[in-house]
Design a protein around this ligand. Sequence first.
Ligand code: AMP
Length: 512
Amino acid sequence: MTAASHSPQNAAAPLSADHDAAPWDVDGDKLKEECGIFGVIGAKEASGMVALGLHALQHRGQEAVGITSYDGQEFYSHRGQGHVAQVFNRAEDFAALPGAMASGHVRYSTTGGSGLRNVQPLFADLASGGFSIAHNGNISNAMTLKRDLVIKGSIFQSTSDTEVIIHLVATSRYPTLLDRFVDALRMVEGAYSLICMTPEGMIACRDPLGIRPLVMGRLGQTIVFASETVALDVIGADFVRQIEPGELVQVDHQGVVSSHRPFGSLPPRPCIFEHVYFSRPDSVLDGQSVYTSRKQIGIELAKEAPADADIVVPVPDSGVPAAIGYAQQSGIPFELGIIRSHYVGRTFIQPSDGARNADVKRKHNANRALVEGKRIVLIDDSIVRGTTSLKIVQMMRDAGAAEVHMRIASPPTDHSCFYGVDTPERNKLLAARMDLQAMADYIHADSLAFVSIEGLYRAVGEPGRKASCPQYCDACFTGEYPTRLTDLAERSDPAQLSLPVDRIAVDREPIA
Ligand code: AMP
């Protein structure tokens, strides 16, 4: 591999020179990632298109970004920490990533795994030639597989769960790369949408349940793969179709596309939290506009949890579409009672609690002229640790709100995600620690309500949740994980699973 060493961030030995990452960590809070992936084959300047696509996926990860390209002879890579626009900001960046095929990755990881050696796409020289991989999701048996691989002699370069796939491919005994790849994935549990590159072309695939999204687009002769449709829009590509759960799509350098279904077919379980929060509202997931889903959730919420109030105020930006739906259904006027600074990133995407707390204040400000003396319905998409709600409710009270009724456009987040959406350990989730009244008291709201799981399913276009076989992965709300969680089971930590944790009593402080 030729590694482009044109940035101070990846100068010298770009694929192994990072020593700041924590060792492989068995702490459940540390291996989860949020990511976006994008790949292009058959383009004149593939790496430039990938950078544009990654820009549109920046909300899926803001900590690091990488692009790998292939020019028919060599693979090239440039990876760095920061936003796409920070890491790829010079014409030379793209000149050093030549070729008609390129793929990229934006990433956020929790504390511990943020070193450069974990920044994707990961790359290895296998017996069959170069192999690069960009992964969105999380492998729930990665530590168990890694332990076995290390015993057999594999030497890991990163602490990322994704590297396990590379070692499984490298050590598989099947004759062709495709067979080795499928063999590797058969051993993997959890969530994965992948874009891989080999000298023969590009491979895109989704895990058998299709937990994380992946779509295919076309721009003339160029084939594109992306986590979300919004990234196709940005480069002017047409949406072709989604990659089906369990499907593996191969594209060669002549543009010939072949589809494989090596895992049989299982009832799909795409992540419902993509509709609630994670995807951009201008994306389309499985045929449904994310904006429409969110607005519909607001409509369901207004039906299930009406409030006597003067104005509906969204927590920007995540609560806006649901607040529009709530206002429409309830007839209460929608008002921007909170103004958001657009120069601060997502509150949650800050590895430390301290940074997260400071960010909530820098990010939102009360629109006092609107709020003063009013009874407010405050709408946000979710409560995780409760940090945001606590601060925003207080902000409304400080600005003179007469009453604050908090309405949440998802059911209580009661369980951790092990499939690539960052949530903290279960004992840090407000809904796992408190009942509804205690949560309302904790955030100092006059009332608090969440949309029901049935309401959420209706909002995403389903008649309801099929209890015997739910149509989505909704484990963060129900604790029903659709795959085995081998690593967790090995740690035998029942508090992380669906077993009830002891709900703690909170001091009921009087509402200010
Ligand atoms: P918290 O302040 O911990 O209760 O987190 C809730 C806020 O973070 C909400 O305003 C959401 O918009 C946002 N949020 C929820 N889940 C996530 C996630 N997995 N990643 C990033 N942000 C999130």
